[in-house]
Write a protein that binds this ligand. Structure first.
Ligand code: PLP
Length: 437
């Protein structure tokens, strides 16, 4: 029994499923954050989703702000996406040969995105980024890459690397099993730090193939960067013959149809996509100019392939979802709704002098237990996560589902109505009162 707020919801069936899952999967899950290690209780096993709601195995209903970690910008089980998937699947599930659906999704994207000329579909964000890095290395004939502490780019070896101590460091592997040799090719610096960037380019002159950044870093809190800093990154990369990669696996099609590149008006050399692009199905992609993309096999020497790449069912889901996003006013309405939601919560917290900030951009938000302006990973106080834990439990008990870690951002979808957001706000206000009482 939870003694801080409302009684804990029943998780009996979820707990039973979790016990079973633990006998099948390491830690009972197929992706670590799902194990609820950073919050109270055992994971909820989700049975169904519709609109902005999900239901767990115990029949509890939640307003969902995790939205499958970002892909579901239209909410769960959107009729257009579901109908397209059902239509496509009537003709078979996979061919490993070209289909017109790949053309259709590519055309939809390229016609409305001035930052890339050609695209290649893969099956996950990790694969998109891994391939983009190889492309950059093959194109520039250089080996080193530069990344930022606090950005996540999936789990390929070159990128499971974190900062060591010092302004500019070779990374240290952030996972066992990653050879040190990989970390030795990855330079890691802090976000929002021009000096470190200059120093890295001085120290590794003519060696850096690519700089990779989440232009809207959203995997370690929401570490919003100044536009000037991103512009500087663009300039210094170009001056050094280094390709700039925007990892837009989260921000792509989220901030607007052209993602962060469009939002900031900055043209990177390569962009990676995932999540929204597949409408909830496993799709990733990377795109660039024709000149860069033609370095990829079978035209060029950089190899990249996939049995299920461009899978027709997944393409269908992507086509249906992206078509909805192109409707006039889609982003204006979604972003306005999300902004109003975030502002109302911030007003409430400020009025009560709570040390709490809502960082927000487009339809993404992050709750931080701080009064500081946070722009780099080291600015986050790990101790503040204890407060998130309490908030997370209180919110579950009040029918609100946030991703189970205080470092994760939340997403508002077009399926969240004003009434849902009003209900969610009240629950958030109550849970804040409990955290700070
Ligand atoms: N890049 C970014 C910015 C991400 O947020 C993620 C996943 O959260 C990835 C890459 C990896 O994508 P996936 O989980 O689809 O492999």
């Amino acid at each position: 029994m939870n003694t801080t707020g409302k009684p804990d919801i029943s998780r009996e069936k979820s707990a039973e499923l979790y016990e079973k899952a633990k006998t099948y999967f390491p830690g009972g899950v197929n992706s670590p954050v799902r194990a609820f290690k950073s919050v109270y209780g055992t994971p909820l096993f989700i049975e169904k989703g519709d609109g902005c709601h999900v239901w767990d195995a115990d029949g509890n209903q939640f307003i969902d702000f995790c939205c499958s970690w970002g892909p579901l910008i239209l909410g769960h089980n959107h009729a257009k996406v579901r109908e397209k998937v059902v239509e496509v699947i009537q003709n078979g599930i996979s061919f490993g040969a070209p289909t017109a659906l790949e053309n259709e999704l590519a055309e939809l994207i390229l016609k409305h995105n001035k930052f890339i000329e050609k695209i290649r579909f893969v099956s996950s964000g990790t694969e998109a980024v891994m391939s983009a890095i190889r492309l950059a290395r093959g194109y520039t004939k250089r080996d080193k890459i530069l990344k930022f502490e606090g950005c996540y780019h999936g789990h390929s070896d070159s990128l499971l690397v974190k900062a060591g101590s010092g302004l500019v460091t070779f990374g240290e592997t952030s996972s066992a099993g990653v050879p040190k040799a990989f970390a030795d090719e990855t330079i890691v610096i802090a976000l929002n730090d021009k000096e470190a960037l200059q120093k890295a380019f001085e120290e590794f002159k003519d060696q850096i193939a690519a700089v990779i950044i989440e232009p809207v870093p959203a995997n370690n809190g929401l570490l919003l960067q100044h536009k000037e800093y991103l512009q500087y990154l663009r300039e210094i990369s170009a001056q050094n013959g280094t390709l700039l990669i925007f990892d837009e696996v989260i921000s792509g099609f989220r901030l607007g149809f052209e993602g962060a590149a469009g939002y900031y008006g900055i043209k990177p050399d390569i962009i990676t996509y995932g999540k929204i692009i597949g409408g909830g199905m496993p799709v990733g992609a990377y795109g660039a100019s024709t000149q860069i993309m033609d370095t990829i096999s079978p035209v060029g020497p950089v190899y990249q392939a996939g049995t299920l790449s461009g899978n027709p069912v997944a393409m269908g889901a992507g086509i249906a979802q992206l078509t909805e996003l192109l409707r006039s006013g889609f982003y204006r309405d979604l972003n306005a709704k999300a902004e109003e939601f975030a502002e109302a919560i911030q007003r409430f917290a400020t009025a009560r002098n709570y040390k709490f900030k809502v960082f927000t951009i487009g339809s993404m938000f992050w709750f931080a237990f701080t009064d500081k302006d946070i722009r780099k990973a080291e600015d986050i106080d790990p101790a503040s996560m204890e407060k998130f834990k309490i908030m997370h439990r209180e919110l579950l008990n009040r029918g609100i589902y946030l991703g189970p870690s205080g470092y994760e951002v939340g997403f508002v979808s077009s399926a969240h109505t004003k009434v849902d957001l009003e209900k969610a706000k009240r629950a958030i206000f109550d849970s804040l009162d409990l955290v700070f009482r």
